[in-house]
Design a protein around this ligand. Sequence first.
Ligand code: CTP
Length: 475
Amino acid sequence: MPVLNRAAKALKHPVFQTVARVADQLGLETYVIGGYVRDALLERGNAKDIDFVAVGSGIELAKAVAQNLPNRPKVQIFKNYGTAMLQTQGMTLEFVGARKESYAHESRNPSVSPGSLVDDQNRRDFTINALALSCNLDNFGRLLDPFDGLTHLDQKLLITPLDPDTTFSDDPLRMLRAVRFASQLKFVIEEKTLAAIKRNAARLSIISKERIVDEVHKILASPIPSIGLSLMHQTGLMAEVFPELMALQGIEEKEGQTHKDNFWHTLEVVDNMAQYSDDLWLRWAALLHDIGKAPTKRFDQKAGWTFHGHEFVGSKMVYKLFKRLKMPLNEKMKFVQKMVAMSSRPIVIAQEVTDSAVRRLLFDAGEDLESLMTLCEADITTKNPKRFRRYHENFKRVREKVVEVEQRDHVRNFQPPISGEEIMKTFGLSPSREIGLIKEAIKEAILEGEISNDYDQAKSFMLEKAAKLGLKPLV
Ligand code: CTP
């Protein structure tokens, strides 16, 4: 669709006419700017966040617009930043006055000296985000593009409007935003912009962890996350955010034996995962599944390179990493930890699929078994077609066995059929070590297949086990 039509389509919603009418009444030059314009020109879905910039007071404009909207929304005002926000018809509208100085996001003293539209466009991150559409009744929808943003959209190029060192020193997060847009939009970072990121990467350290993690989420959610992740690596941003991943890079050789480069392997696993699932936390699990390999790497004369216990060590590192990045230490983190801790289990089982191993896997993974199997399949990155096929076939067999065992034994989320309470009652015991021993023995017997997962068999087993411990039932 030609640009003019795309621009007109971008402002089709009646809300833009309302803003234009109100802006005219207040005598305010007003524009739609930023991501909404970019995405509309790229015909990328229907963005719901719309940024307006007014040459004058954005807050006054927001208040007046709210009075003229059917839902009369409440206006949220951020005085320090000179911005105002309101919600209407499923959209979020943000208003700001055009400014001359830096876009000092979250800085303690944001400078907001008023400026013209061009001043404001100058202070934005990339030319493609500085495109503005006029939102007054005269010139409604006219495109203002002082930095050739439109050409860069066509060329799929990320380039800063000013000297990149200036743009990035205004807000170092923009370096990671460049990488994120490259990954999300499959754009290329222009050479000088890229060189400036390499020069300034360490400045990311002054940015809040929350803003960094937001960008990492978006990189991971992109269709081919390795585009962003390898750009992070190339620019030095990876070392700032994920030193643990950097430590996986490299291939060592001893006595003619090598191991794979676990950094590049990890990136492939994340890409595979992106093909299999949109679940953000599974993608995090893919990213972190091997982090325990750097600290556990050893060379052994007989066994060659080993990474013993890397899954356990890795799951501990997940906690530290989430904590350092100020991510919530909630059930999502526990999920990632569990995936990392169990990441080799199906692989081991696949070599010899026994009923008892599958029962244990079902019991330990519970409702996350499907996710774990997906992670293991994503983990197959061998370039040898024979092995590739064999590994996938092995997992297919594990999956079939899981269905079979589950139908027969019902051990997923299983609760042992005899409770500690019942054991205490039967033998007239108060809480003690014996209760734990008997309970554990029942669980083990079921998982090993010595008895089936039913009450009567568990009860006779309990009586036998207790007799061996010298316990007699009360009746
Ligand atoms: N912006 C900027 N520097 C930043 C953040 C934002 O210059 N560090 C400007 C850009 O013009 C950007 C606009 O503010 O387009 C809106 O920012 P934001 O909503 O964070 O991003 P979008 O570009 O809208 O993209 P997305 O919605 O995908 O995050």
